[in-house]
Design a protein around this ligand. Structure first.
Ligand code: AMP
Ligand code: ZN
Ligand code: FE
Ligand code: FE
Length: 281
């Protein structure tokens, strides 16, 4: 069992980077990657503890990308080492964009008569603030009953308190990761919400941009879709990766390494990705 897609308190997970590595050890994972949203702040400590614990570990990040289609586009970047100076400036910009966006969401919620402040959010989040923290606060305040309801009623794209944030284009994000000697991988392709035909066409475009791989194994992919992605990977010579998108208590149904229970990411995915990074750097 391995897991190459996880979140810590550096973004919107509820386990600290340290706790995540210890949990991976306890659960018997054979390899782990930490892939927080738009930040690499958790990597250094996770890397060190993984080394101490003899757990094969890759450094990662998950970046939100501009996408004009129906769904949303997340790009994973994988690296051998936790210091990635080439991407710092961009991550600082993304952090600012996120802060601007959070302010707008708070303003919109306030104008809907919901009292919520940035201070309250800062008390909940240990790292970057994201919509899950806002959802958590709305539940805590009794404004909605569930996390899902918070997204449905207020926070999802098109909902009354939604605010967009400035995003990188697919090309610029792929180039950024390649320039840092990393591997750009398309995260959870199902969230693009494209048909099989359209997705295959788009994968060809992404290949031309320099995409290295696709996340074929994912908590919410059904076996047919995973098979389709593996075939696409053969066709376009992509690496295949996989992970659960573990967020701890923010997504309580998703278990580390296991997803909803039947996720099984082959160890080979880790080995091939690591080999690629070693040859590349
Ligand atoms: P943000 O980075 O602030 O845009 O928030 C992204 C996080 O919100 C990701 O972890 C998503 O899984 C989560 N998220 C996005 N849409 C929903 C939704 N409809 N229901 C629950 N969680 C969501
Ligand atoms: Zn998240
Ligand atoms: Fe994602
Ligand atoms: Fe994720």
């Amino acid at each position: 069992m391995i897991d190459l897609h996880t979140h810590s308190t550096a973004s919107d997970g509820t386990f600290s980077p340290e706790e995540l590595v210890y949990l991976a050890k306890k659960e018997g994972l054979q390899a782990l990657a930490l892939t927080d949203h738009d930040t690499i702040d958790g990597l250094e400590i996770a890397y060190q503890i993984a080394q101490k614990e003899n757990l094969p570990f890759l450094c990662g990040v998950e970046i939100s990308i501009q996408f004009n289609g129906p769904g949303h586009f997340h790009l994973l970047g994988y690296f051998l080492h936790p210091q990635i100076p080439e991407i710092n400036t961009t991550l600082v910009k993304l952090k600012k964009a996120r802060e601007e966006r959070n302010k707008k969401i708070i303003e919109k919620l306030n104008s809907l008569g919901i009292k919520i402040t940035l201070e309250e959010l800062k008390n909940i989040a240990k790292g970057e603030i994201g919509r899950p923290h806002i959802a958590y606060l709305l539940v805590k305040k009794g404004i909605v009953k569930t996390f899902e309801e918070a997204f449905e009623k207020y926070l999802k794209k098109g909902a009354p308190a939604y605010a967009p944030k400035a995003l990188l284009s697919p090309q610029s994000a792929i180039n950024l990761i390649l320039a840092a000697k990393g591997a750009p991988i398309l995260a959870h392709p199902f969230t693009l919400k494209l048909s099989y035909f359209e997705l295959e066409k788009y994968l060809r475009t992404l290949k031309d941009f320099g995409l290295i791989g696709i996340e074929a194994y994912y908590t919410e992919h059904n076996p047919d879709f995973t098979k389709f992605l593996i075939n696409c990977a053969k066709k376009f010579d992509f690496l295949i990766t996989g992970g659960s998108d573990f967020h701890g208590k923010n997504k309580p149904d998703i278990k580390l390494g296991k997803g909803f229970g039947n996720l099984k990411v082959p160890f080979e995915c880790y080995e091939k990705l690591k080999n690629f990074l070693e040859k590349f750097s």
